[in-house]
Every structure is written in structure tokens, then in C-alpha cells.
Design a protein around this ligand. Structure first.
Ligand SMILES: Cc1cc2nc3c(=O)[nH]c(=O)nc-3n(C[C@H](O)[C@H](O)[C@H](O)COP(=O)(O)OP(=O)(O)OC[C@H]3O[C@@H](n4cnc5c(N)ncnc54)[C@H](O)[C@@H]3O)c2cc1C
Ligand code: SF4
Length: 501
């Protein structure tokens, strides 16, 4: 029986982050482990309200009140089992999820701070590793059926694990030199140390999943070959087509880059250093891309922009500005606009923001300014208002508001336009929809025997959605292959986040 008064006795508390001067001198994670006493106290704040809206907030349907109570009472093994029953990779979501479950926590209704669900989750996930090192759970019987998974991000990996555990032979094809999708070279180590991916991969490998890196499907292996060698194919290629701004004067100047170019180069440096092979941060063509000593301007306000900010500080930037088109959001939920339990539009302060830099809201870049040699030296910005008219975004610059911000390195973190146009699409006979994503039927099939999941299906989203879609697509593939029984399917292809509008 949960403690109905825990939230009255304890305030919401998170573990202290590592001090800024210490953490920006390395690439280690920002949060240290919480410690058992704190996490059991925080789990006690969950009153098991009876109708846990957090379940609906979480696309995976994580059994949050159940594992909160198991942690409260010190039943860690049972908590690990309960969490793994719905989530293949809680060590990823517990570190990286923005936690829509917390926005839907019933404590928020009464003006209380939500339970630290995500923190409890990561502590359970780490307890699993500490206790039995992620014990493999291989299938006892093989079905003799074979599945190709294209793309090794969280969607592809979740599907691969579900299908392998159901007895199917699974091969994951990844064009990169390492497995993990955006978790590997997109998201920096200070948010997710790569040892967590490697430990999970060891488990998947022991469960029979085969990995083929450096293989671009559509180029190195054709769709026809893949179809001939497997009974079903899952496409989980992500939504990696970065949005650009080709119409802005000066876009072609040296020093103006897509954010992902900067992040991937930086992550590769950290990976190489960990392997004992120090290397400078460069683009694939060898062009240096490093913020050391530079004035950096990051354009965009989301996860990617915050990650660039943290990287720039760790590389030793002289100064960083982060520009956002929209006005500064409110600090608290505006209930008229975003009523509980929906995801509110509020100012989100990532750990990277307390490390330095200046955020500038309601501005748009008018020009990237040339230093006379073809290298950017500044961005010229104007204050703007943004309106939606007939579904279209209208940005209006305020006359006389223009000014320059010094910039040696400009990073475009203005979103993604869906999955990349690549040979694989035509070979499988699928086309991008208006959002650049690949549509599927209600059974996740994009075309006969070819399924789609994750960002490639829903557009750039979150890890928790990628895992949920990977699990659901695996369930559909299992049925398609005539597998015995049902696998869990937490979402259907039309499922959207909780919203009031
Ligand atoms: C910088 C950044 C930070 C983020 N931070 C967060 C965060 O903090 N929290 C959060 O919840 N979400 C975050 N996200 C979003 C999250 O990473 C994605 O939603 C998630 O990774 C999508 O998973 P996926 O498996 O669908 O695709 P991806 O992770 O994109 O993986 C797709 C994989 O497919 C491979 N591939 C593509 N085409 C082929 C081919 N033809 N052959 C073989 N392989 C191919 C790619 O190389 C890639 O490895 C972030 C995204 C970015 C860009
Ligand atoms: S995966 Fe995300 S939404 Fe689900 S319980 Fe964990 S933090 Fe909450």
C-alpha cells in the first residue's frame, strides 16, 4: 500500500548536478547517481492516485506507481522487472526523456511539484546493471524466421530485442561505423555516456541479435537483396534531414554549419579519445569544426541547440549566443493554453544553460555577415513577431531593431525535415509524405512485408516514442510472421501525445 501522505512530507528533490567548472572540463554525465536514500524518499511522494495519468503521459505505458512503490519499499529486483516489462532501455529514457509523464502527474493538479519519475526510472535502470549486468534473455526456441532491421537507433534496437526474444533471427544494418543511431554520435556524452549503449548491445548480442555496421541499405546492400534474405524488413532510419535556411544571405560562408555536423564531429572526438586515439574535430571532408576560442551563435531553441551549447562550452568557446524565433515562454504552465495533463509550453532550462551563454528570444537572422574573405564574422538579427495565419507561420521584423552579434561559428539547430531522401526509399517503393515521414498502415506496414517505426515514421521526436514504436512494430512483425502469442504494442501508428487541441 503506497504512502498517501509522502508528498506532504517530502518536497521534490533531484540530486545535485556536478559543479559547472568541473563538468565543463570533461565530457562525463552532468548528474551523479542519486543515492538510495534520496530516491526512496522521492518514490514515496507517489501516492498511487488510482487513475495514474502518468501512464497516458508515457508513450510506453510505464507502470510508474508500481515501481515507485517497489523502490519505496526497497524491492529493487521487482522494480527492475516491472520497468523492463514495458521499456527495453530505461537507462536511455531515464537519462534523456523530457518526461511527459511528470507533466501528467496528478500531484500537478493540486499545485504540487510532480514526482521525480524520470530520476526514479534511471536509478532502477542502473540498479539493473549493478545487480546482474543486464542478464541476457535469449529465446528458448527459434521460429526459423528472419527479420532485417535497417537503422540502429532506439526504434530499431527496441524492435530487434523484442523480435530476437520471440525467437526470430534478427540482423540490424547500420550505415554508421557504430551502433546506436542518434544516441551514439548525435547526443553528447555529458547527457549519455556511451558505456550505457555498449552494455545494452552486449545483452542484445548475447540474445542473438546480429549487427552489421558500415552497411548502407540501398547502396551497399539493395532492397531486393534484403527482401530475398529475410522474411520481413523494418525501416527505422530516423529523421535526419536537417532544416536549412538557404534563402538567408551569407548562408554559404565558411563557419556556418548544420548543428549535427558540429555534434557528430565532437562526439567522434570523445569516442576516439576514449579509444586512446586523440583526434581533432573535423567534418568528414577534413574541415576543422571546433568552438575553441570562437564566438558561437546557435540558432534554435530545442534539444539540439542545448546540446551544441554544452559542447561549445566544453570545447572552450569565447562566448555563445543562442537565438530563438519565439518569445520567452512563461516559467509556469499557462493552464488556459495547455491544461494539465498535457505537455506545457514553458521555459525549459537544460543543464547546458547554467553553464553559460546568452539566450536571445524573439529574433530572426537577417544575414550571415562576411569578414571579406568568405568567412562569417557576425550575424545580423532583428527582433520579430511570429503569427500563425491559415496554418502558415508569418515572421515580421520590427523596423529599426537590427543589430549584429559577433560570430566565428554559426550552428543551425532549426529542426529536421523528416527522413532523408536516399536510394533505399525508391528501392522499397516508399515515398516521403508532406512532413518528410513514411506513412504506414495500422499494422505498421509501409508496403508488403516492409514495416516502419521511430522518427522515420513519426518525424523527429523523442527516444521514448522511438522505443514505443519499435516495440509496437515488432509486435506487428511477429504477427505477420505467424509467431505464437502476442508481443506488447504500447502505441498504434496514429497515437499522438496528450493534447488539448
Ligand atoms: C542532437 C539531438 C539531441 C536529442 N536529444 C534528445 C533527448 O535528450 N531526449 C529525447 O528523448 N530525444 C532526443 N533527441 C531525439 C532522439 O534522439 C530521436 O527521436 C531518436 O533517436 C529517434 O530514434 P530512431 O531509432 O527513430 O532513429 P535514429 O536514432 O535517428 O537512428 C536512425 C539510424 O538509421 C541509420 N540509417 C539511416 N539510413 C540508413 C540506411 N540506408 N542503411 C543503414 N542505416 C541507415 C542512421 O545512420 C541512424 O543510425 C535528440 C535528437 C537530436 C538530433
Ligand atoms: S520513459 Fe519518459 S515518459 Fe515514460 S516514465 Fe520514463 S521519463 Fe516518463
Amino acid at each position: 500500500m503506497p504512502d498517501p501522505n509522502g508528498f506532504l512530507r517530502y518536497d521534490r528533490r533531484l540530486p545535485a548536478r556536478r559543479p559547472v567548472p568541473v563538468r565543463i572540463s570533461d565530457w562525463r554525465e552532468v548528474y551523479p547517481p542519486a543515492g538510495e536514500e534520496l530516491i526512496r524518499e522521492q518514490a514515496t511522494r507517489c501516492m498511487d492516485c488510482g487513475i495514474p495519468f502518468c501512464h497516458d503521459g508515457c508513450p510506453l505505458g510505464n507502470r510508474i506507481p508500481d515501481w515507485n512503490d517497489l523502490v519505496r519499499t526497497g524491492n529493487w529486483d521487482a522494480a527492475v522487472d516491472s520497468l523492463h516489462a514495458t521499456n527495453n532501455f530505461p537507462e536511455f529514457t531515464g537519462r534523456l526523456c523530457p518526461a511527459p509523464c511528470e507533466a501528467a502527474c496528478v500531484l500537478g493538479l493540486g499545485g504540487q511539484q510532480p514526482v521525480t519519475i524520470k530520476q526514479v526510472e534511471v536509478e532502477i535502470a542502473d540498479a539493473a546493471v549493478a545487480r546482474d549486468g543486464l542478464r541476457p534473455r535469449p529465446a528458448s526456441v527459434s521460429t526459423g524466421r528472419s527479420v532485417a532491421v535497417v537503422g540502429s537507433g532506439p526504434a530499431g534496437l527496441a524492435a530487434a530485442q523484442q523480435l530476437a526474444r520471440a525467437g526470430h533471427t534478427v540482423t540490424v544494418y547500420e550505415r554508421d561505423d557504430a551502433i546506436g543511431g542518434l544516441l551514439r554520435y548525435g547526443i553528447p556524452d555529458f547527457k549519455l555516456e556511451k558505456q550505457h549503449i555498449d552494455k545494452r548491445l552486449a545483452q542484445l548480442t548475447a540474445e542473438g541479435v546480429r549487427f552489421r555496421t558500415g552497411v548502407e541499405v540501398g547502396v551497399d546492400v539493395t532492397a531486393e537483396q534484403l527482401r530475398a534474405g529475410h522474411d520481413a524488413v523494418l525501416l527505422a532510419c530516423g529523421a535526419l534531414q536537417g532544416r536549412d535556411t538557404p534563402e538567408t544571405p551569407g548562408r554559404a560562408l565558411r563557419g556556418v554549419h548544420q548543428a549535427m555536423a558540429h555534434l557528430v564531429a565532437a562526439n567522434r572526438v570523445v569516442a576516439a579519445a576514449g579509444d586512446g586515439k586523440p583526434a581533432p574535430a573535423t567534418l568528414p571532408d577534413g574541415t576543422p569544426i571546433d568552438a575553441a576560442g570562437k564566438h558561437v551563435v546557435i540558432i534554435g531553441g530545442g534539444d539540439t541547440a542545448a546540446d551544441c551549447l554544452g559542447v561549445a562550452h566544453r570545447q572552450g568557446a569565447a562566448g555563445v549566443h543562442q537565438l530563438d524565433l519565439y518569445p520567452e515562454p512563461p516559467a509556469e504552465r499557462d493552464a488556459a493554453r495547455d491544461p494539465w495533463p498535457t505537455w506545457p509550453w514553458v521555459l525549459r532550462n537544460y543543464p547546458a544553460h547554467e553553464e553559460g551563454g546568452e539566450r536571445v528570444f524573439a529574433v530572426a537572422v537577417q544575414e550571415f555577415v562576411d569578414d571579406g574573405t568568405g568567412q562569417v564574422r557576425a550575424v545580423r538579427i532583428a527582433e520579430v513577431t511570429v503569427e500563425k495565419v491559415d496554418g502558415r507561420r508569418i515572421v515580421t521584423a520590427l523596423p529599426g531593431s537590427e543589430r549584429e552579434i559577433p560570430a566565428d561559428l554559426v550552428l543551425l539547430a532549426i529542426g529536421f525535415e523528416g527522413t532523408e531522401e536516399q536510394p533505399l526509399l525508391a528501392q522499397f517503393g516508399v515515398t516521403r509524405n508532406g512532413r518528410g515521414a513514411i506513412d504506414s498502415g495500422p499494422d505498421w506496414q509501409a508496403t508488403d512485408g516492409v514495416f516502419v517505426a521511430g522518427d522515420m515514421h513519426r518525424g523527429a521526436s523523442l527516444i521514448v516514442w522511438a522505443i514505443a514504436e519499435g516495440r509496437a512494430a515488432a509486435a506487428a512483425i511477429h504477427t505477420y510472421l505467424g509467431g505464437v502469442g502476442d508481443l506488447p504494442a504500447p502505441v498504434d501508428p496514429a497515437r499522438q501525445p496528450l493534447a488539448a487541441r
